[in-house]
Design a protein around this ligand. Structure first.
Ligand code: NAX
Ligand code: K
Length: 311
C-alpha cells in the first residue's frame, strides 16, 4: 500500500478514537459513515468504528453482512409513509398476503429490531436492558425483541408490560420471553429500577394518537428521563409520543430523541425528524408486489440480513 494510503488510515484511526470518547456530545453517525465510505472506496478495506465497541478492520472485502458500515445509495430514495399509508400497508399484509398468523409479523419485526440492537450495542451484553412494551402491536414487537436479545446473549433483560394482554398470541409471546429468562414486570406505574443502560421503546407505534393518556405517562417518563441522562433509547418503528407524520411533540414531558430508530416495513414520515445516531430499516417480509403498489423504493437488504442501515 502506498505511503499516502497508510497516512490516511492513521488519520482515520485517530479520528475514530476521538469520536469514541465517552465525553462525546456530538452524534458522529454521519461522519463515521463518511469515513467508512471514504476508506472503503479508497482502499477496499472496510473500517468499522463503533461508538460502543471498538475500532477494528474487517478484511472481508465486500462482506455483504457488514450492515453497520454500508449505507446503500438506494437508502436515500426510500419512501416515507404517512399514517394512512402505514395502516393500509399493514391491512394489505394481513389480508392480501395472509400474514394473519396472529404474531407472525411481530416475530419478524421483533427479530429485526433485536438484530439491529445486537449489532450496535454489542458492548452492552452484560448490562441491564429494559424493554418498555405498550398495549398494541408495537408492544407485541417489544415482547419479541426481549426474547431475541436474550438469544443474542444479552444477560439481563427486563420486559415492562404496560397492560396485561388478553389475546392468546400476545400472552404466548410473553410466556416465551419469560421462559427464556426475560424478567417480566407488569408494574408499569411504579417501576423504579433505574439500572438499565439501554432502553427499547416499544410503547406506541403508528396507531398512536396524541395526547398520551395519563396512565401511560409513567412509561413515557422512563423514555424521556433515560434519554435525558444519555442512556441510549432504541425506538421500535416510531419514537413514542411522536406524531407519526410530524415528528417530535412540543410537550417536554413526552418529547425525547432516540439514539437508534428501527423503522419497520417502511419508514414513516416522522423519521425525517430523527437526529439520533443510527437509523435502520427492518422487517424483510414485504412482498415485491406490495412494495411496488405503494412505490416504497425499499433499499436492498445486504446478504441474508433482516436489517439495512438508512442513516
Ligand atoms: N407492516 C406493519 O404494518 C407492521 C406493524 N408492526 C407494528 O405494529 C405497530 C402498529 O400497531 P398498532 O396498530 O397495534 O398500534 P400501536 O402499537 O401504535 O398502538 C395502539 C395502541 O396504543 C393505544 N394508544 C393510542 N394512542 C394512545 C394514547 N394517546 N395514549 C395511550 N394509549 C394510546 C391504543 O389504544 C392501542 O391499544 C407498528 O408501529 C409496528 O411496530 C409490526 O409488528 C410488523 C409490521
Ligand atoms: K415505539
Amino acid at each position: 500500500m502506498a505511503v499516502t494510503g497508510k497516512i490516511v488510515i492513521l488519520i482515520v484511526f485517530v479520528v475514530g478514537i476521538i469520536f469514541q470518547s465517552p465525553q462525546m456530545i456530538l452524534r458522529p453517525g454521519l461522519l463515521r459513515a463518511l469515513i467508512n465510505n471514504f476508506t472503503e472506496g479508497a482502499f477496499n478495506i472496510p473500517l468499522r468504528i463503533s461508538k460502543h465497541g471498538h475500532s477494528h478492520k474487517s478484511f472481508l472485502r465486500g462482506d455483504p453482512t457488514s450492515v453497520m458500515d454500508n449505507i446503500p445509495p438506494e437508502a436515500s430514495k426510500v419512501k416515507y409513509l404517512n399514517q394512512d399509508e402505514a395502516i393500509q400497508v399493514d391491512v394489505d399484509l394481513l389480508k392480501d398476503y395472509k400474514f394473519g398468523v396472529d404474531t407472525q409479523l411481530m416475530e419478524l419485526a421483533g427479530l429485526s429490531v433485536a438484530t439491529a440492537v445486537a449489532k450496535v450495542y454489542e458492548s452492552k451484553k452484560a448490562e441491564h436492558v429494559l424493554v418498555v412494551a405498550g398495549p398494541g402491536n408495537n408492544g407485541g414487537d417489544g415482547f419479541v425483541v426481549a426474547r431475541h436479545l436474550k438469544m443474542f446473549g444479552f444477560e439481563n433483560v427486563t420486559l415492562l408490560v404496560a397492560r396485561k394482554p388478553t389475546k392468546e398470541g400476545f400472552l404466548n409471546l410473553i410466556y416465551q420471553a419469560e421462559h427464556n429468562q426475560v424478567m417480566v414486570s407488569y408494574d408499569a406505574s411504579s417501576y423504579r429500577d433505574h439500572s438499565a443502560t439501554l432502553i427499547v421503546d416499544a410503547l406506541f407505534g403508528f396507531s398512536f394518537k396524541p395526547p398520551v393518556r395519563p396512565d401511560y405517562q409513567p412509561l413515557m417518563d422512563i423514555l424521556v428521563s433515560s434519554s435525558a441522562k444519555l442512556v441510549p433509547v432504541v425506538a421500535v418503528d416510531i419514537p413514542s409520543g411522536w406524531d407519526v407524520e410530524n415528528g417530535p411533540p412540543t410537550d417536554d414531558s413526552i418529547r425525547y430523541m432516540p439514539d437508534m430508530l428501527v423503522s419497520l416495513t417502511a419508514p414513516k414520515l416522522c423519521a425525517n425528524h430523527f437526529q439520533g445516531s443510527y437509523h435502520f430499516l427492518g422487517g424483510r417480509f414485504v412482498p415485491k408486489t406490495l412494495a411496488d403498489k405503494y412505490a416504497l423504493n425499499l433499499p436492498p437488504y445486504p446478504g441474508t440480513e433482516c436489517v439495512v442501515r438508512l442513516k
